[in-house]
Design a protein around this ligand. Structure first.
Ligand SMILES: Nc1ncnc2c1ncn2[C@@H]1O[C@H](COP(=O)(O)OP(=O)(O)OP(=O)(O)O)[C@@H](O)[C@H]1O
Ligand SMILES: [Mg+2]
Length: 370
């Protein structure tokens, strides 16, 4: 799905702003504090019903107002099927109101499936040095979008794990109940692990192709560590770890502890690659996820990229932009200077340019801001 209209009311400093983006590359140019990241934040909200900046959606409401509204229209470029989504957060309401096609969605997963978004910002660029949880989230984005079995396995696993952990903290444990939750953790945990490993096997070759186009880095490998002893299945592992788990009061191994190990010539990438090289690896990973999604499901994801010129040098930016353009997908990129963005594209006049100023967004000609 491509976003065809975005209307923002009292969303951060965007009191009343509207944009009709192109289904290809959209460039948002504006001074510091004009509202560029807020626009990306609103687009992200349409996919995940949460922000990448604040835990509490209330903080997104304009300071002088009682509610924000994000309204969006989408179209499927091939079929021209149209959809609408509205998200409203009121200062004093107990929860966020979401209307997808005029109805309350079943869950956030429905929004994510409808409009997959890939965020590339300074936090995303720190993927390799961040926590294992960040890398699991990265991996699970792809598994969720390409493996239909993943979502329900994940929900069942989370529930069983919570139950098992709570049981472990009891002074006396009912062995039958423990067996029951162990079984559920083991079956769903094994499935999650298999789906993740399969996904990564498909991602790896695509990632390598992108990386080769972006840098001269070679021998970058990604290994999946499933989160428990390599030699045994999860059921046997849980049984063998019971005494220690009881002592700690939680389940120490399993897919909740999985890790993606990215290495360069056998060494941990984060220890040996420069910051810029790490960003190229992350860029290739993100591009690979979008390409694999399109290959497997025919669905294109929307890339939202915050302040690209601040993150990559001109040479890598040009290569990255070339790859982005080849994906034939919707992209939103912010930058402070139009000049920097202009150098990144072979045909800057073909892109949709927008000027963000004091919380207003105006479509503009590339020639009038450059
Ligand atoms: N709830 C809010 N109500 C009103 N204004 C807000 C709110 N939250 C943030 N702002 C302000 O909105 C403005 C735009 O912020 P935003 O982060 O979108 O700017 P930006 O264009 O991305 O800037 P930069 O180039 O510095 O990253 C800032 O002045 C910020 O302080
Ligand atoms: Mg910003």
């Amino acid at each position: 799905m491509a976003l065809t209209r975005l209307k923002l009311t009292a969303f951060r400093n965007l009191l009343d702003a509207e944009i009709r983006p192109a289904s290809g590359i959209n460039l948002l140019i504006g001074m510091n504090a004009s509202g560029k990241t807020s626009v990306l934040e609103a687009i992200y909200l349409l996919s995940l019903a949460r922000s990448f900046r604040s835990k509490r959606l209330k903080t997104l409401i304009h300071h002088d107002e009682g509610a924000f509204t994000v309204f969006a229209e989408f179209a499927q470029p091939q079929t021209q099927i149209k959809t609408t989504l509205g998200i409203q957060r009121q200062q004093h309401a107990p929860e966020t109101e979401i209307l997808f096609q005029g109805q309350k969605p079943q869950g956030v997963a429905e929004l994510a499936r409808h409009f997959p978004v890939q965020l590339i910002n300074p936090d995303a660029f720190r993927l390799l040095e961040g926590s294992p949880k960040d890398r699991r989230q990265f991996l699970d984005w792809g598994v969720f979008h390409t493996q239909p079995l993943f979502m329900s396995a994940w929900q069942r696993f989370q529930r069983a794990l919570r139950q098992r952990n709570s049981l472990l903290r009891h002074a006396r444990i009912d062995p039958l109940e423990l067996r029951l939750w162990d079984q559920e953790v083991a079956t769903t945990g094994e499935l999650i692990s298999t789906l993740r490993a399969e996904y990564l096997d498909r991602l790896r070759p695509i990632f390598s192709q992108f990386l080769m186009r972006l840098t001269e880095l070679q021998q970058i490998d990604i290994h999946y560590q499933r989160g428990w002893d390599k030699q045994v299945d999860l059921s046997s592992y849980l049984a063998s770890a019971l005494a220690k788990d009881k002592e700690q009061g939680f389940t120490q191994g399993g897919p909740q502890r999985a890790e993606l190990r990215v290495t360069a010539s056998g060494r941990l990438a984060v220890d040996v690659l420069s910051r810029g090289q790490q960003k190229c690896v992350v860029s290739a990973l993100k591009l690979a996820q979008g390409a694999l999604l399109a290959e497997q499901t025919g669905q294109h994801c929307t890339y939202i990229i915050d302040d690209l010129p601040a993150e990559l040098d001109i040479q890598h930016r040009q290569l990255f932009c070339e790859l982005l353009e080849e994906q034939n997908t919707q992209v939103f990129i912010t930058a402070v200077e139009a000049q920097a963005m202009q150098q990144d594209w072979k045909h800057p006049d073909r892109m949709a340019w927008f000027h963000v100023k004091h919380g207003k967004i105006q479509p503009t000609q590339f020639s009038s801001i450059s």
